[in-house]
Design a protein. Structure first.
Lengths: 267, 254
């Protein structure tokens, strides 16, 4: 008996590995959402944050690799467990009623697969940046003069397409639903769910999942409805002026100095 | 009252089975489900047909022999009782009742509604013995056990090993059974010396027997005729993690 056998071969070990990998991925999506919520601040805020993450260099790749391995383990074990579970009942019942299993728990595979496809698209869309033309991935210059990717405009441009926005909404909805079972389930798999607090745990889970969904939906809806607007002059196609009323968040002086030839247009 | 039965008939483990319909009349609503099957079998025997094979023994809900998936739920529509304690008054006059054997790779069908549940015995055997003093009874109160712990251990010990948990589980997992059987001893001081060995062996045997994995949906607990809580599964998981960690890091004898 060794650690690999315990975590990847035994039935309970596999569930423990599912729980731990799920918890890591949950931690990531919460962190990811809190980072993304910076879209409601000044564009420089999220752009500087994204630039900071990219400038981590090797550390960023260590984190990315760790998350990738975690995701692969989670998906791989889910597939393996599903195959074993199907094999454990070769012939199905003619009639079987569901007694208390929640809808979320019964459709974990469906929600999981759709979320997995979404993750691939999401990475291609915003990380590899290949799903759209170059005009969808603008750059900008921070107040301190650092040239950075304009993540703010990139997100808003991305969600202005209703098909993509709806796909994002559906996916985060399914992820929240996936978590509705996953969060309670991980405590059970680790043996930490007891009758003392199981009801409390279930309620907290629902609150967390609803908040997680609303947080994500808020970003998409805000970008779609124009509540959060593009403030990058080069994307908008004109330079900022002090009397401009498009956004009002960015002062004309700060931008004018950083943009080539914009001084003339100000006069 | 009268009902129509749709019963799974299968000659033996190697044959293909199929559903047969039987009309029953003149039933007393206070007959148990098994007594109703007795009446049907009486008719079949008189007609010279093969009676429906079903497992039964004590007929008072304590032996765990009777099984049957009745209308999609192990042991029938009521909660917390076995097939033998299910009465025809739980059904409506003229109902169509589907009766199937428990289905799981760990429980191969032997004939009609009878399944081979000896995998449970193998799991129990692998759990092994407890080191208890043989001979005369221990003095009263020599080994104090808190009332709450004793009650919890008794809840686990209520398991009759019928296999309804496996039958109800969407994955045919035997976790509720194993957790109850390991839990009744793991909770008590008498079960401590062999606790880790017991947990590791029983889980390993359960995995080998071809049962599925637990997905924490608790259908088992809802179908259990003794209403054993899924909390014991959580405890088994906890005990398994602790036993594995201890085993991985313990000093090995030379």
């Amino acid at each position: 008996m060794n650690i690999i056998h315990v975590l990847f071969r035994s039935s309970i070990g596999k569930k423990v590995t599912m729980a731990v990998s799920g918890f890591i991925l949950f931690g990531f999506v919460v962190g990811h959402l809190s980072g993304n919520l910076q879209i409601f601040a000044h564009p420089d805020k999220i752009n500087a944050y994204a630039h900071f993450l990219e400038s981590l260099g090797p550390a960023l790749w260590v984190i990315r690799l760790f998350l990738l391995v975690t995701l692969v383990v989670h998906v791989w074990l889910a597939a393996q467990l599903t195959i074993e579970n199907k094999r454990a009942r070769q012939k199905n019942y003619e009639k079987q009623v569901t007694l208390r299993a929640t809808m979320a728990s019964r459709y974990m595979r469906v929600s999981g697969v759709i979320v997995f496809v979404f993750i691939i698209y999401h990475l291609l869309h915003f990380t590899v940046r290949v799903t759209h033309g170059a005009e969808a991935y603008p750059t900008t210059i921070l107040a301190d003069g650092t040239p950075v990717r304009d993540v703010h405009s990139m997100m808003v441009l991305g969600f202005q397409n209703p098909v993509i926005a709806i796909f994002y909404l559906l996916s985060v909805g399914l992820l929240s639903w996936h978590l509705a079972h996953g969060l309670v389930s991980m405590f059970q798999s680790l043996g930490l769910r007891t009758r003392t607090w199981s009801r409390f745990l279930e309620r907290v889970t629902i609150v967390v999942c609803v908040l997680y969904f609303l947080g994500n939906a808020l970003i998409v809806v805000a970008a779609m409805s124009g509540k959060v607007r593009i403030q990058n002059p080069s994307v908008l196609g004109f330079a900022c002026r002090t009397d401009c009323e498009v956004c009002g968040a960015r002062t004309a002086d700060a931008t004018a100095e950083t943009l080539d030839g914009s001084k003339e247009s100000q006069s | 009252m009268k009902v129509t039965l749709r019963v799974w008939r299968q000659k033996d483990g190697n044959s293909e089975g199929n559903f047969e319909e039987y009309q029953t009349e003149g039933l007393n609503p206070n007959m148990s489900f098994l007594e109703m099957l007795d009446v049907v079998n009486e008719d079949l025997t008189l007609k010279g047909e093969d009676p429906i094979a079903f497992a039964h023994d004590c007929r008072e809900g304590i032996c765990g022999t009777c099984s049957c998936m009745i209308d999609g739920k192990p042991h029938g529509p009521e909660n917390g009782i076995t097939t033998c304690q299910t009465y025809m008054r739980s059904f409506k006059d003229g109902d169509l009742i589907t009766v199937e054997p428990f289905r799981a790779s760990g429980f191969p069908v032997q004939k009609d509604l009878i399944t081979d549940r000896s995998a449970f015995d193998t799991i129990m055997q692998s759990g092994g013995f407890i080191t208890a003093r043989a001979g005369s009874c221990e003095d009263a109160n020599a080994l104090p056990i808190g009332k709450e712990v004793a009650d919890l251990a008794m809840d686990a010990a209520a398991c009759i090993g019928c296999g309804a948990c496996v039958a109800a589980c969407k994955n045919s997992s035997a976790m509720l059974f194993v957790s109850a059987k390991a839990g009744q001893l793991n909770l008590l001081p008498q079960g401590q010396p062999e606790k880790d060995k017991r947990v590791l062996n029983m889980v390993a045997t359960m995995d080998e027997a071809g049962f599925g994995n637990c997905t924490n949906q608790y259908e088992c607990s809802a179908a259990c005729p003794k209403l054993i809580s899924e909390e014991f599964i959580s405890k088994l998981n906890r005990d398994y993690v602790s036993a594995s960690v201890k085993k991985l890091f313990k000093a090995k004898s030379l």
